[in-house]
Design a protein around this ligand. Structure first.
Ligand code: HEM
Length: 180
């Protein structure tokens, strides 16, 4: 998992919960680098899992809620760090339907070692977009948070839900976005 996902996570946690909680989380997590991450590095997904599990225990906030909140925050950070994709699309459905074809391929050019999910079979019908998420990692709530962040960027009110369809050999979920 790319270092930028870790460096932004640690900043987010320090802003939201303060230095002491952030420090307690790092001290009590089993990470491969003892909590030291750089933006361009690459670290095991298990490191992120350990950090979020520890934080969930410390704060009593369910893991999925933490991951979703982080995803929502990260969207605005990603488009600040990499502004190119956001300038091309005019709304959430447009953006989300093009993550696979345009946004993530740009990320892959920058970081050939990145391990990105697949988004496939987008179907737009009236006020609804359905799209499949496929990944080696169960990051549905993270994806949901990113989509919430995207809809806030475009000032659109959108309900987002997903159904898990498969969890082996990969995680597959069907997302439904409904404009209110
Ligand atoms: C609504 C829009 C987006 C969605 C739904 C989305 C979804 C995701 C998800 C779920 C992951 C975690 C990896 C996985 O599940 O296997 C991920 C990773 C990532 N995404 Fe996106 N993404 C979005 C937009 C963006 C944008 C705008 C950028 C930057 C231009 C970006 C860059 C990245 C990077 C750098 C990673 C980490 C890859 C790694 O750890 O190797 N994403 N994305």
């Amino acid at each position: 998992m790319k270092g930028v996902v870790f460096t932004e996570f640690l900043e987010f946690i320090e802003d939201k919960f303060g230095f002491d909680i952030s420090d307690e989380m790092i001290e009590n997590s089993a990470t491969s680098t003892n909590g030291v991450f750089t933006q361009a590095g690459n670290y095991p997904f298990e490191d992120m899992l350990s950090l979020v599990q520890t934080l969930s225990k410390i704060t009593n906030i369910p893991l999925g809620d933490l991951v979703q909140a982080y995803g929502e925050h990260l969207f605005s950070r990603l488009i600040t760090i990499y502004p190119k994709p956001i300038s091309v699309y005019e709304n959430t459905f447009d953006f989300v339907s093009n993550v696979e074809k345009v946004v993530h391929p740009e990320v892959k050019k920058l970081y050939p070692d990145s391990d990105l999910p697949t988004f496939e079979d987008p179907v737009i019908e009236g006020n609804t977009l359905e799209i499949n998420y496929i990944s080696s990692k169960p990051l549905m709530d993270f994806a949901k948070g990113l989509i919430i962040g995207c809809s806030k960027h475009y000032n659109e009110e959108i309900d987002i839900s997903y159904d898990l369809i498969e969890s082996s050999p990969k995680f597959k979920a069907r997302f439904t976005l409904t404009k209110k």
